[in-house]
Design a protein around this ligand. Structure first.
Ligand code: DAT
Ligand code: MG
Length: 172
């Protein structure tokens, strides 16, 4: 009983620590249109140049099953079928990025969901036109980031490393 309590406490505190402050993590994914349109490098470059740290990245073709899990919250929406079909129509690039406020800042960098409302200078504002082809995904909260990271990447695929630029990005 005590051991299981301690185990749960350890795992929860580890999870919270891993997702706060400079170590906050978000799940960013380049969608099939971003890949087909040759925008992988440009999107990755924006996160690198901002000063965020790449933790995980892969190139894969996702199954309907995995995508339905990823978008489970939207399963009752009329566009859900089309969304899964689009997301499974080609390869994608799921990634984990780390840094201070990376969840919120990542969403700002992506721009509004509908590219018609995305400000110029954001990824969606600069590179796409229609909501059903909005080229990238970003977690909307620290909690959903945690869920999405664990859905797409194993613990082993989340690489622990210290970028050489760390002390030039953070004062502490
Ligand atoms: P976001 O991707 O900005 O978090 P969301 O979670 O509300 O937005 O929706 C997930 C994706 O579903 C979104 O990136 C594009 C698609 N989508 C959202 N609203 C849509 C709509 N009204 N018509 C078609 N696709 C839509
Ligand atoms: Mg969303």
């Amino acid at each position: 009983m005590l051991i299981s309590f301690l185990t749960v406490f350890f795992l929860v505190s580890r999870g919270i620590r891993a997702m706060s402050g400079n170590s906050e993590r978000t799940f960013i994914m380049i969608k099939p249109d971003g890949v087909h349109r040759g925008l992988v490098g440009k999107i990755v470059q924006r996160f690198e140049e901002k000063g965020f740290k790449l933790v995980s990245m892969k190139f894969m073709w996702a199954s309907d099953d995995l995508l339905a899990k990823h978008y489970a919250d939207l399963s009752s929406k009329p566009f859900f079928g089309g969304l899964v079909k689009y997301m499974s129509s080609g390869p994608i690039v799921p990634m984990v990025w780390e840094g201070l406020n990376v969840v919120k800042t990542g969403r700002v960098m992506l721009g509004a969901t509908n590219p018609a409302d995305s400000a110029p200078g954001t990824i969606r504002g600069d590179y796409c036109v229609q909501v059903g082809r909005n080229i990238c995904h970003g977690s909307d909260s620290v909690e959903s980031a945690q869920k999405e990271i664990n859905l797409w990447f194993t613990e082993k695929e989340q690489i622990g490393w210290t970028p050489a630029q760390k002390e030039w990005v953070y004062e502490d």
